[in-house]
Design a protein around this ligand. Structure first.
Ligand code: ADP
Ligand code: BMX
Ligand code: ZN
Length: 291
């Protein structure tokens, strides 16, 4: 049965048709509206899915935010232009007229990535370094979502008590430093106002400040991975998101992790499904796939 899979991120919206064998067709992307008005997101989602929805029998959404009872509740509303609450399942059921499931984007991606390695592994954590920093935990072969959808929000653990204030209201979260927005917000002088993509491009050209910003993100992520290993004793950490998948980033994270005591070391890999992990994880969950 063909699924219309949708991935709602802080920067971009993606949609595609996903067949039972996980083949992806008619993938589309649009920018995420930076608006606190639910109507703006509703209109963007409508424009995204209308050209392809008639070919699908159900909808599966991977979305940034805490997903509780089909609603999107932002833990960091700044990532969505101030949007706090959005009735995700209801909106897609109205737009597409199809049964709809929704789950957090990093939880969905964790499920897809687990699917790719389930023969070898029972405990893994997925981390996305993207607009924010998200996480999804698979423990004993089960996706952990928590009683209210918050489980795995590892981007909101403490990186630096003297760090910047996070959009969630805490001081010094991993996300406030390591994420695309965090990297961009720390840029000064000739890099002020640049997005993370531009800062990575400058770093590749040897710009000193850009290199320092990328290193700081990689170092904070390595500390988060060590903390994650201590909490979950996972066998693998999989990294995704456009910052996480940027060239050279994972090797920097690995180098910082290697400097830590061996007990915190864990196998690291880039997302097998690259930028489609969220779409595919949501589709797999809609298929009722447990492995
Ligand atoms: P979303 O958060 O919407 O899922 P992405 O995973 O694409 O989207 O993450 C968006 C963030 O990644 C932005 O901060 C953007 O500047 C940054 N980014 C996009 N492309 C690259 C790249 N090639 N290298 C480094 N950073 C990138
Ligand atoms: C934020 C939070 C998480 C999300 C993570 C990555 C919001 C809106 N989102 O920590 O739920 O998983 O960002 O999201 O509070 P992305 O937009 O970077 O993919
Ligand atoms: Zn936070």
């Amino acid at each position: 049965m063909t699924t219309l899979a949708i991935d709602i991120g802080g920067t971009k919206l993606a949609a595609a048709l996903v067949d039972n064998d996980l083949a992806i067709r008619l993938r589309r992307e649009l920018p995420t509206p930076a608006s606190k008005t639910p109507e703006a997101l509703r209109e963007a989602l409508k424009a995204l899915v209308e050209p392809i929805q008639h070919q699908a029998r159900r909808v599966a959404i991977a979305s940034t935010g805490i997903i509780r009872e089909g609603n999107l509740l932002a833990i960091n509303p700044q990532n969505l232009g101030g949007l706090l609450h959005f009735p995700l399942v209801q909106t897609l059921e109205e737009i597409a007229g199809l049964p709809t499931l929704a789950i957090n984007d990093a939880q969905a991606a964790a499920w897809a990535e687990y699917h790719a390695i389930a023969d070898e592994i029972e405990d893994m954590v997925f981390l996305t370094v993207s607009t924010g920093v998200g996480g999804g935990v698979v423990s004993n072969g089960r996706l952990v979502t928590g009683s209210g959808g918050l489980a795995g929000h590892l981007g909101h653990t403490l990186a630096d008590p003297n760090g910047p204030v996070c959009g969630c209201g805490r001081v010094g979260c991993v996300e406030a430093i390591a994420s695309g927005r965090g990297i961009s917000a720390a840029a000064q002088g000739h890099l002020a106002g640049c997005d993370a993509k531009t800062i990575f491009a400058r770093a590749a050209e040897g710009d000193e400040q850009a290199c320092t910003l990328v290193q700081r993100s990689a170092q904070v992520l390595a500390r988060l991975i060590a903390d994650t290993k201590a909490v979950t004793d996972c066998q693998r950490v999989v990294i995704g998101g456009s910052v996480g998948l940027a060239e050279g980033y994972l090797s920097q994270v690995r180098a910082y992790l290697t400097q830590m005591p061996a007990v915190y070391h864990v196998e690291l890999s880039a997302a097998h499904y690259r930028h489609d992990a969220g779409l595919l994880g949501a589709a797999l969950l809609a298929q009722g796939d447990k492995k």
